[in-house]
Design a protein around this ligand. Structure first.
Ligand code: AMP
Length: 389
C-alpha cells in the first residue's frame, strides 16, 4: 500500500494537491475535516459534538477523530492506499495512525509537509472564504486555527522525523510545481518498495502457470512452495526425501520445512522488484509467517488475487493433467485429487477469508483460455499499481 499524509497549516494547499494525487495513484482520500463537515450537515450526534469546536477554530477531540478514521479505514480494506488530509493533527493521532496501519499490516509511507508562512495562510483562507461557504474561513477563526496548528500540530513532525519519513516542501510555489515535487518524493519511495502479490486459487485453477507468467511479465520473483519442495526432491536432500513420503500420502508438508525454504529464497534474492507467492500461505499459521518474513525485509503484501474456477471444472482439469507426463505425484489418483481440494477448502479458504477482511482479495474468473485469464490478472495488477513503477 502507498499511504501518504499531507501535512501543513490551514491554507497550505493540502486539498488541492490531494485531488491531483488521488487520481494519479488511485488512493482512497480521507479528509477528517470533510468527514466532520458531513457529520455536521447530517446533524449526527458526532456532528453536533464537533460543531462548536470547529466554528471556533479549535481541534476536535482525539476520541472523535479515532472513531471516524477507524470506521473509514476498515470500511475500505481493498484500497490501494490512503491519502490523509488534515490527519494526524496531534501527537496522540500520530500514534493512533501507527496503530491503525499496523492493524492493516501496513505503514505510513511518507508525511509530506507543505510549508507556508502564517500571513500567506491567512491571505489564502480569506480568499477561499469568499466562495467556500465555510464558516471557519473568517479572520478571527483563521487566526485561532493557525494558533492550534503551531501549538498542537507542528510538534507532530518530530514523530515522523524520528521515523525517517518526513519530507518538507515549499508550499508557496505554484500548484504544478508543488505537485511535481510531491511526485518526485513518491517516485523515490515507490522505487524502494517491493511489489508483493499473493495468488490464490484451488488446485487446477491455473494459479501456477498464471503466477509464473505474471512474474515474468512484471519482473517479479516467483515463489512457489511446490517448486521449492520439488527442487529439494530433485536434489535428493534430506528434506526432499521426507517431502516425497508426505506427497505420497497427500498430506501438507509441515510449516517448519516450508518456512526454511521460503526464508532461504527471500534471503538469496537481491535487487528484486517484488515477489509473487503461489501455494503459500496455505494455512492461517503460514499467513502469520508470511507477514513476519516480509516485515523482516521491511515489506508488506501489496495485492491479493484469487482465481475462481467451479469445482467440476477443477476435477476435470486435474484428471486431464493426471493423464499427461507433466502430472504431479499428488494428482495421480482421484482420491488424491479430492483430498487436495478438501485441504484447500479446510485450510486455505479461511486464510482467504481473513485476508479479505484485512486487505481485500480481488476475485478473478478463471474460466476461459489462458490468455483471457492472464489479461484479467494483468489488468488488476496494473490498475492497482497505476503509475506505481
Ligand atoms: P480542515 O478541513 O482540515 O481544515 O478541518 C476543519 C476543522 O475540522 C479543523 O479546524 C478542526 O476543528 C476539525 N478537524 C479536522 N481534522 C481534525 C483532526 N485530525 N483533529 C482534530 N480536529 C480536526
Amino acid at each position: 500500500m502507498l499511504n501518504i499524509a499531507l501535512f501543513g497549516p490551514p491554507g497550505a494547499g493540502k486539498g488541492t494537491q490531494s485531488e491531483l494525487l488521488i487520481k494519479k495513484y488511485n488512493l482512497f482520500y480521507i479528509s477528517t475535516g470533510d468527514i466532520l463537515r458531513r457529520e455536521i450537515a447530517e446533524k449526527s450526534p458526532l456532528g453536533k459534538e464537533a460543531q462548536d469546536i470547529i466554528s471556533s477554530g479549535g481541534l476536535v477531540s482525539d476520541e472523535i477523530i479515532v472513531q471516524i478514521i477507524e470506521k473509514t479505514i476498515t470500511e475500505n480494506p481493498g484500497a490501494n492506499g490512503f491519502l490523509f488530509d488534515g490527519f494526524p493533527r496531534t501527537y496522540i493521532q500520530a500514534y493512533i495512525l501507527e496503530g491503525l496501519m499496523l492493524k492493516l499490516n501496513t505503514s505510513l509511507s511518507c508525511l509530506i509537509s507543505l510549508q507556508v508562512g502564517e500571513e500567506i495562510s491567512v491571505k489564502r483562507l480569506l480568499n477561499r472564504g469568499k466562495t467556500s461557504g465555510r464558516l471557519d474561513d473568517n479572520e478571527i477563526v483563521i487566526r485561532n486555527r493557525l494558533k492550534e496548528y503551531y501549538d498542537k500540530t507542528l510538534p507532530v513532525l518530530q514523530f515522523y522525523m524520528d521515523r525517517g519519513i518526513y519530507h518538507p516542501i515549499d508550499g508557496t510555489k505554484k500548484v504544478e510545481q508543488v505537485h511535481l515535487e510531491i511526485e518526485q518524493i513518491i517516485r523515490h519511495i515507490l522505487s524502494k518498495k517491493l511489489l508483493n502479490i499473493v495468488i490464490f486459487g484451488y488446485p487446477g485453477s491455473g494459479r501456477g502457470s498464471q503466477g509464473k507468467a505474471l512474474a515474468k511479465k512484471y519482473g517479479l520473483e516467483y515463489v512457489a512452495t511446490g517448486d521449492l519442495l520439488d527442487d529439494e526432491i530433485k536434489n535428493n536432500t534430506e528434506i526432499g526425501r521426507k517431502i516425497c513420503a508426505l506427497y505420497e500420502s497427500g498430506t501438507l508438508v509441515p510449516d517448519e520445512m516450508v518456512v526454511q525454504l521460503i526464508e532461504k529464497k527471500l534471503a538469496n534474492a537481491h535487487n528484486v522488484k517484488g515477489y509473487i507467492f503461489k501455494g503459500f500461505p496455505r494455512t492461517l499459521v503460514q499467513s502469520y509467517i508470511l507477514d513476519g518474513l516480509l516485515r523482516k525485509h521491511d515489506s508488506y503484501i501489496s495485492k491479493i488475487l484469487e482465481i475462481e474456477v467451479p469445482t467440476l471444472e477443477l476435477i476435470s482439469r486435474l484428471d486431464a493433467r493426471s493423464k499427461t507426463n507433466t502430472k504431479m505425484p499428488y494428482d495421480s489418483s482421484t482420491a488424491k485429487i479430492v483430498k487436495r481440494l478438501q485441504e484447500h477448502e479446510n485450510k486455505t479458504v479461511p486464510v482467504i477469508r481473513k485476508y479479505n477482511q484485512l486487505h481485500g482479495v480481488t476475485k478473478i474468473d478463471g474460466m476461459g483460455c489462458f490468455e483471457e485469464v492472464f489479461a484479467k490478472l494483468s489488468d488488476e495488477i496494473e490498475n492497482g499499481f497505476k503509475n506505481l513503477k
